[in-house]
Design a protein around this ligand. Sequence first.
Ligand code: C5P
Length: 401
Amino acid sequence: MANTPSPTTRRLLLGLTGGVAAYKATELARLLMQDGIEVQAVMTESACRFVGPATLQALTGKPVFTDLWDARVANNMAHIDLTRNADAILVAPASADFIAKLANGLADDLLSTLCLARDCPLLVAPAMNRQMWEHPATQRNLATLRRDGVTILNPGSGAQACGEIGMGRMLEARELTEAVHTVFQPRLLQGKRVLVTAGPTYEAIDAVRGITNSSSGKMGYAVARAALQAGADVTLISGPVCLQAPAAARLINVVSARDMLAAVKNEVSRTDIFVSVAAVADYRAATASKQKIKKTGGGLTLELTPNPDILEYVATLPKPPFCVGFAAETENLEKNAAIKRRKKKLPLLAANLAQDAIGSDESALTLFDDEGKYSLAKAPKVEQAQRLIQHIAALYEKQKS
Ligand code: C5P
């Protein structure tokens, strides 16, 4: 039995059309449900040839609709009832044929009728053979849909089921999940340019050794994602991490603190909001050896020199962007965070306990601003980042008015 949705539960109508990529839609349904989104699947007749409605029914906890004339719908108007209950429609996979139908406003089956009889956003994830994708007719139809305000989640390039290699491969379930979250977020930072630093920096001691901080980059990447979902243009400057950056962010990879500072200097004049999540190494070796330092059996003394403070540099510019700092503390969280906020002249600082946050998928945050402190109870970093972005957007607007 599916749980009764809360009034804030987002409802997605997931449409499947005929294509091998329909198997990815089953994983997509699972991920969306995991994220608390209610999914109602609707399949075309050809989609049912690739995956069984029973699979989607089991994953979503709801009967799947396939037929315009479904007698289960009391008023026999499945096409009206189903869209009335949806906050968005995502068609994944969307075949070339289905895209052509949408572009021309045809409504000869349940899914195409639902797409026509809607007033919620429509997202389309094309999946087809390279030649079908490149055909001028398909490109013309896609251009029409874009003009009609439909979001096209452009396919990627790669090996295809037909043996060809090229464009037309549907995005992965994880990427589609992100697109759905984006539609469901309020566009609080629409058109704002957000610069985020994330991950650790790595300071070479010699050719193979270095100094770094334990930072997974998860919080910084979550902040970049949440800013994208809020409608911002995001540039993500990242130290070495093992994470996949959100596809819509402009990613700049760096290694050392000085690389990170140089990248920030390049970007900062085009930035409205700077969120410095990176765990920048405070020191680097005074001289890094090009060759591997040989082990002698005795001790080794390293001379360290301080790294530039990137956030302090940005916050003290004559016309700084709105600056947000992060502080990972192991003790006296509040006292240390307040001192850091004053020292770096920040309108907002987010603090957490290093031992709880580092590497974890969850964190508890305390936000400090001119008006006081706000505790954000432990939650997945993705959610925490969304709350932080809401706070940033409110302060940013207040500062401007
Ligand atoms: O390391 P610390 O606790 O001072 O970090 C506080 C904030 O300053 C963080 O937002 C961090 O990204 C930033 N920082 C920086 N450059 C440094 C050290 C810290 O930008 N060298």
